[in-house]
Design a protein around this ligand. Structure first.
Ligand SMILES: Cc1cc2nc3c(=O)[nH]c(=O)nc-3n(C[C@H](O)[C@H](O)[C@H](O)COP(=O)(O)OP(=O)(O)OC[C@H]3O[C@@H](n4cnc5c(N)ncnc54)[C@H](O)[C@@H]3O)c2cc1C
Ligand code: FES
Ligand code: FES
Length: 420
């Protein structure tokens, strides 16, 4: 097993054998002395620690904005990591200029996080408009509540640049010429390529914790995680196939990020209301890191992804040293945080039937705040209808029981009922 984690930090190649469970924000601030990235909540809530993580995927680098306080040093392996210092090589960039013009800062604590997330927007958004720009900063909080001027700066930026940024997936050269990213970005792809041949650092069978995205475990007890033996589930959100179809089934990789699943073309094709999950599941930074497998195994009674998958009668597939096993998701949850799991089992994938025509599905989540909140109650419904009569249906609900709950009797009650 190789000893080192290798990645490019801004314009510098890093190879380090420091504890891979260290959070990247600690590495960057305390070992590299790059203090432009701030830390506040350390729980993935506020976005102060937003940075860019770029991953090589065949043709191009896919950049995502993530929260570094819950991002392990291990997750940086083979990636391009960009902090605010990596955007400011000579003077202000176009986004910073616009913030300055619009007075979009008071104390300035949140400014780096907004600049990072907006850079990510220009690098990654399919559509350059205000709606999508706001989506990219949805996980960034301004403690001085200077949102009006921040929004003005974003609107002006989008207005000025929308015609100039093409829809092409590879915009690096274009964004360099628009002074959004510095010149050195154009060589990053060729510099990342050799790193992809380094073996992953995963394989230990003797561990205290298995970590996937880490958004639950890092928040639960960072100090414990840091001092434990960790097995890193091979999680690489852009290079693995997140969702695929096989005959009459749709499969989801357990290691896929929530964001890659709910924005996948397959899921969007069959689930028109999937936007509700996008809107109400954490922030974009969290969804970029949180995995579907982690959501299921965390077994919170209000797990949003578990809830959605329960209503689809999903099946879950496990692997351990002895072989594979498949069971219905609803049979996995036994009691509060108690799962029908065998020794060393890892969840590998999830499947459900492709919805036939005349199906309707929806997910709703009610919480005290509209966004970035845990559910007071969540619920998902899936039904097949003939005209306006329910032929078959399944319903799930969260926070009504110690487990994410499949409502076993409700379909009998609803069958044959007219939709009103
Ligand atoms: C700020 C914030 C907002 C959030 N908002 C929401 C929200 O709106 N809705 C919601 O449902 N959740 C939310 N969460 C919770 C969390 O992000 C999700 O539960 C997430 O899907 C967990 O996935 P992960 O990969 O990060 O899990 P990890 O932290 O890596 O792991 C969680 C648990 O699952 C186990 N595990 C992970 N992957 C596997 C696997 N493949 N096989 C076996 N065991 C595995 C781990 O050992 C661990 O016990 C939020 C969390 C934060 C910090
Ligand atoms: S410090 Fe608040 S999200 Fe990381
Ligand atoms: S300007 Fe102070 S936190 Fe946003």
């Amino acid at each position: 097993m190789p000893e080192k984690i290798s990645f490019i930090l801004n314009n510098e190649l890093i190879s380090t054998d420091i504890n891979p469970a260290l959070s990247l924000v600690d590495y960057i601030r305390y070992y590299k002395k790059l203090t432009g990235t701030k830390v506040s909540c350390r729980e993935g809530e506020c976005g102060a620690c937003s940075v860019l993580a770029g991953e090589l995927n065949d043709e191009r680098i896919i950049y995502k904005n993530v929260n570094f306080c819950i991002f392990s040093l291990h997750s940086a392996n083979r990636k391009h990591i960009v902090t605010i210092e990596g955007l400011n090589t000579s003077g202000l960039n176009a986004i910073q200029e616009e913030f300055l013009k619009n007075g979009a800062l008071q104390c300035g604590f949140c400014t780096p996080e907004f600049i990072i997330s907006l850079t990510c927007f220009f690098l990654s958004s399919d559509v350059i408009d205000i709606y999508n720009a706001i989506k990219f900063v949805s996980g960034n909080l301004c403690r001085c509540a200077g949102y009006f001027s921040i929004k003005d700066a974003i609107s002006n930026l989008v207005k000025n640049l929308s015609g100039k940024v093409s829809e092409s997936q590879d915009r690096i050269e274009e964004l360099i010429s628009l002074n959004i990213i510095p010149d050195y970005f154009k060589d990053i792809k060729s510099r990342l390529m050799p790193l992809q041949n380094y073996p992953m650092l995963d394989d230990t069978e003797d561990y205290d914790f298995l970590i996937s995205g880490g958004t639950d475990l890092y928040v639960r007890d960072y100090n414990l995680v840091k001092s434990s033996r960790i097995k890193y589930a091979t999680h690489s959100s852009s290079t693995i196939e997140a969702v695929w179809q096989n005959f009459n089934k749709i499969f989801i990789s357990a290691f896929a990020s929530v964001e890659s699943v709910i924005t996948s073309s397959v899921i969007k094709k069959y689930f028109k209301n999937i936007e509700n999950l996008e809107k109400y599941f954490g922030s974009r930074q969290i969804r970029n890191k949180a995995t579907v497998g982690g959501n299921i195994i965390n077994s919170s009674p209000i797990g949003d992804m578990s809830n959605f998958l329960l209503s689809l009668n999903a099946e879950v597939y496990f692997r351990n040293g002895y072989g594979e096993r498949k069971l219905l998701l609803r049979d996995l949850f036994l009691n509060y945080k108690k799962l029908n799991l065998r020794n060393g089992e890892i969840l590998t994938k999830i499947s459900f039937n492709i919805p036939p025509k005349n199906t309707f599905s929806n997910f709703i989540k009610i919480s005290r705040r509209n966004h970035l909140d845990i559910a007071s109650v969540n619920s998902a419904v899936y039904f097949i209808r003939t005209d306006d009569v329910i032929k078959k249906c399944s319903v799930s609900a969260g926070r009504v029981a110690p487990i994410p709950k499949y409502l076993a009797d409700t379909p009998h009650y609803l069958k044959g009922k007219k939709i009103s």
